[in-house]
Design a protein. Structure first.
Length: 176
């Protein structure tokens, strides 16, 4: 397998939130906009299925039974920060730091993706190892799972959402 390319896109840092309370308000606004976008998509799909807009006399149309807007995304895990790599840290600790960072990043990325793409209800994703390019995490998660599943650790939250990964002594094993 080939390793992941150097960071191609721009780095997306943590959201900056102003004075106390603004984070809650921004969250409510984003939630409202997300619901609005989903309702708008649903209306567009239902309107497209209403065949009477083609000048037909009949008022019946095709009835929607299921709608799923799905996003498929694949990304390379970040390496441990250079400052942490060059400090005198035992190899086992840096391996654990990488695993924890990767799991935290996956959780954060899923939350941000659902926030950024309000029409999307399902995300299929894969995470590749930065050096080997091997698949180390994969899963299909829904918006409701990301919003409702809680756990003490990022790894447990991902497991509860059905994400597949294998750690052995804090080392990711390649998924087939």
């Amino acid at each position: 397998m080939q390793s992941c390319p150097a960071n191609v896109g721009a780095h997306v840092g943590p959201a900056r939130i102003g004075p106390k309370g603004h984070g809650l308000m921004l969250g409510k606004i984003r939630q409202w906009r997300s619901g609005l976008a989903r309702r708008r998509l649903l209306r567009r799909v239902i309107k497209s299925l209403a065949l009477n807009t083609r000048g037909e006399v009949r008022a019946d149309g095709l009835s929607l039974k299921h709608l799923e807007n799905r996003l498929t995304v694949e990304w390379c895990a970040r390496r441990v920060h250079p400052w942490s790599r060059f400090i005198d840290i035992p190899r086992e600790d840096s391996v654990q730091m990488f695993a924890e960072q990767c799991l935290d990043d996956a959780n954060a990325a899923l939350e941000r993706l659902f926030s950024a793409v309000p029409d999307c209800e399902v995300i299929d994703f894969k995470v590749l190892h930065p050096q080997s390019g091997a698949k180390i995490l994969e899963g299909t998660v829904t918006r409701s799972e990301v919003a409702t599943v809680s756990a003490l650790s990022a790894g447990m939250k991902l497991k509860k959402m059905g994400v597949r990964y294998h750690l052995s002594d804090w080392r990711f094993e390649s998924l087939s």
